[in-house]
Design a protein around this ligand. Structure first.
Ligand code: COA
Ligand code: AMP
Length: 635
């Protein structure tokens, strides 16, 4: 790969995609080759590697053991929360996975069945995912920071036969009891699982429901090791729910074959890692970044993956990331910019980093939100290592744009997400779907087909996929992000074109928060937007108009609204700011002017929209935020 230039590889991937991806597929062990590399006639835009059969777990584990890597560390679990480090060699990880697969099979889970995994950052979460892959079951991991009702909606949609969970997660200063949340979610969901496998952790013991709940350790101990089940390359490996524009989460589907090929290729091409190298992705298995780069990609490539239970700061200090890098000889670290901002806030001079030997660390990759240039520049100056921002989404499963260590094309320009990855024919489109010239901002969109690894559909919802991503610009995948491609081909992602906001690297829908606020009996109407936040990038703020005749104090109602969002969506929404206003600014047709509200709240200049119903409302909004309104024209 180092002999090829980025430009040649990218051009080849677009000119002769079938040849390009057939070559990349040589990195994967197949039980049966494909009939056709790309079948354009199936699904919303086609399917990769139709007719092929494989097992993803075999590609992650068995084949490395067979090739003599059995004694190499596959997974290092480092829990700053419990002060524990546990290393699993490839042989050990395979043996554990075979047993968990056996335990799931003993509970009736078979190929095509769904398994919801609602777990904190413990190795059993990764093992449960691999065990599902082994038996051809479809996992759906739900992030631990979601509330019971969010979990319930995912259970209702995925209809799992079994749920794997734990007694608790550990957040600084508090034990999050998962089991009561799980019980409440099952109660709320119209679909009930046949069984739950519950990992009992020391910090909290979960009460079990007789006949339904099984102790994870006992069930695994009693299980017979399970062999791999052959699946079609086009079968779903997992469903991962993500925020959509409607407030209803979307079940993003990942298939086996394309996923394995794309992720395997990305390890050398993007991250510059070879078998045996140590990769640490500081994210959570509940997010796509965790699926792809804590679990699947490092194992597909025969690397060692570090899984970290802790925070960048406070567990115990802002040197935690540097401690983990040094202790486990991490070659590449991947995290979210917000984590680096948190470290910088507490240790601006980087004195804690100086305590550790970071000579093995070669590069830091960032994603989840755009990395603000000051953070990228600070980090590069502190460590003297390349900082690579790269842009991707739950839907794509791997980077749409990146810096490419395999091609020597890195770091990225501070503020840019790098260049299009191979297979992505990326352009900015105007609102009518015409390709814009380089340098113009528009709707970042990928000409179909999307490359392997990207979601081929939504769970049992081809029409929903077309409506969400293709209908606006037929022949294209609309990313939902706005941005610009410069003369060099570097991509600048500048924000969403829909109601999605990014809070501490977590993707959230303001629409779903508005639904919650609107359900409060005193609220007549509301608007939620993402205000600038120094640490988290954005933080949600809710403005509510109360119903006529409501006389209760505003502060009391706002406190109830904050609690309501935490109870319905979860602590991860980080919704802490609700304010009462007399009116919301609207267009004459009744559309709430959220973008203008955000600009006012952030103290940015704004134009008074010509369609506004009553421009005086904007001054009221500015007063609510104690800000001097800065209209640039017309007002
Ligand atoms: N289970 C239960 N609760 C969780 C949780 C989990 N897995 N993850 C987060 N929460 C809770 C937090 O405890 C916090 O609760 P609080 O309101 O009671 O304090 C709330 O959800 C908000 O979490 P977060 O936005 O993460 O804020 P934080 O103050 O705990 O931490 C950072 C801030 C920047 C340190 C942290 O967000 C971080 O490390 N981010 C990295 C981002 C990341 O991994 N992104 C994934 C995509 S790459
Ligand atoms: P998620 O699906 O949770 O991974 O969130 C995807 C969204 O996060 C994208 O659509 C972007 O809005 C944002 N995002 C992720 N990575 C980046 C990045 N490197 N630069 C800019 N935005 C990003």
């Amino acid at each position: 790969m180092t002999n090829t230039t980025y430009a040649a590889a990218h051009a080849a991937s677009l000119a002769t995609p079938e040849e390009y991806w057939a070559n990349a597929a040589a990195g994967i062990d197949w039980e049966r080759p494909w009939d056709t590399v790309f079948d354009a006639g199936t699904g919303p835009f086609g399917r990769w590697f139709a007719g092929a059969r494989l097992n993803t777990c075999v590609n992650c584990l068995d084949r490395h053991v067979a090739a003599g890597r059995g004694e190499q560390a596959a997974l290092i679990w480092d829990s700053a929360m419990t002060g524990t480090v546990k290393t699993f060699s490839y042989t050990q990880l395979l043996a554990r996975t075979e047993k968990v697969a056996g335990a799931l099979a003993a509970l009736g889970v078979a190929r095509g069945d769904r398994v919801v995994i609602y777990m904190p950052m413990v190795p059993e979460a990764a093992i449960a995912m691999l065990a599902c892959a082994r038996i051809g079951a479809i996992h759906s991991v739900v992030f631990g920071g979601f509330a019971a009702s969010e979990l319930a909606s995912r259970i209702a949609d995925a209809k799992p036969r079994v749920i794997v969970s734990a007694s608790c997660g550990l957040e600084p200063g508090r034990v999050v009891k998962y089991k009561p949340l799980l019980d409440a979610a099952i109660e709320m969901s119209p679909h009930k699982p046949d069984a739950c496998l519950i990992l009992q952790r020391e910090a909290a013991h979960a009460d079990m429901v007789a006949g339904r709940d099984h102790d994870f350790a006992a069930a695994v101990a009693a299980a017979a090791p399970h062999g791999p089940v052959s699946v079609a390359a086009t079968d779903p490996l997992y469903i991962l729910y993500t925020s959509g524009t409607t407030g209803r989460p979307k079940g993003v589907v990942r298939d086996h074959g394309g996923h394995a090929v794309a992720l395997h290729q990305s390890m050398a091409m993007i991250y510059g890692l070879q078998p045996g190298d140590v990769f640490w992705t500081a994210s959570d298995v509940g997010w796509v970044v965790g699926h792809s780069y804590i679990v699947y990609a490092p194992l597909l490539a025969g690397c060692t993956s570090v899984m970290y239970e802790g925070k960048p700061v406070g567990t115990p200090d802002a040197g935690a990331f540097w401690r983990v890098c040094a202790q486990h000889r991490v070659k590449v670290l991947f995290t979210a910019p917000t984590a680096m901002r948190a470290i910088r806030q507490q240790d601006p001079e980087g004195t804690l980093a100086a305590d550790y030997d970071l000579s093995v660390l070669e590069a830091i990759f960032l994603a989840g939100e755009r990395c603000d240039p000051p953070t990228a520049i600070w980090l590069a100056g502190l460590l003297g290592k390349p900082i690579v921002d790269h842009w991707w989404q739950t839907e794509t499963g791997w980077p749409i744009t990146a810096g490419f260590r395999g091609f020597g094309l890195f770091p990225t320009k501070p503020g840019s997400g790098g260049r299009a990855s191979t297979g992505y024919d990326l352009h900015a489109l105007d609102d009518d779907g015409h390709v814009l010239p380089r340098g113009s901002s528009g709707n970042l969109s990928v000409r179909l087909p999307l490359p392997p690894g990207c979601a081929p559909t939504l769970w049992q919802n081809d029409e929903g996929y077309v409506a969400a991503y293709i209908a606006d610009f037929p022949g294209w995948y609309r990313s939902g992000d706005a941005g610009m491609i410069d003369a060099d081909g570097d991509v600048w992602v500048m924000g969403r074109t829909d109601d999605i906001i990014n809070v501490a690297g977590h993707r959230l829908s303001t629409g779903s928060m508005e639904e919650v606020l609107a359900s409060h009996p005193d609220v007549a109407e509301c608007a939620v937007f993402g205000a600038h936040d120094e640490l988290k990038g954005q933080s949600p703020v809710g403005l509510v108009v109360l119903k006529a005749g409501v006389t209760r104090p505003d502060a009391e109602i706002c406190a109830e609204l904050v609690r309501l969002v935490r109870d319905r969506i979860g602590p991860v929404a980080a919704f802490k700011d609700a304010r009462v206003v007399a009116r919301l600014p609207k267009t004459r047709s009744g559309k709430i002017l959220r973008a203008t509200i955000r600009r006012i709240a952030d103290g940015e200049p704004y134009t008074v929209p010509p369609t506004i119903e009553d421009a005086g409302v904007l001054d009221d909004i500015a007063r609510v935020f104690n800000i001097v309104a800065r209209p640039t024209s017309g007002g």
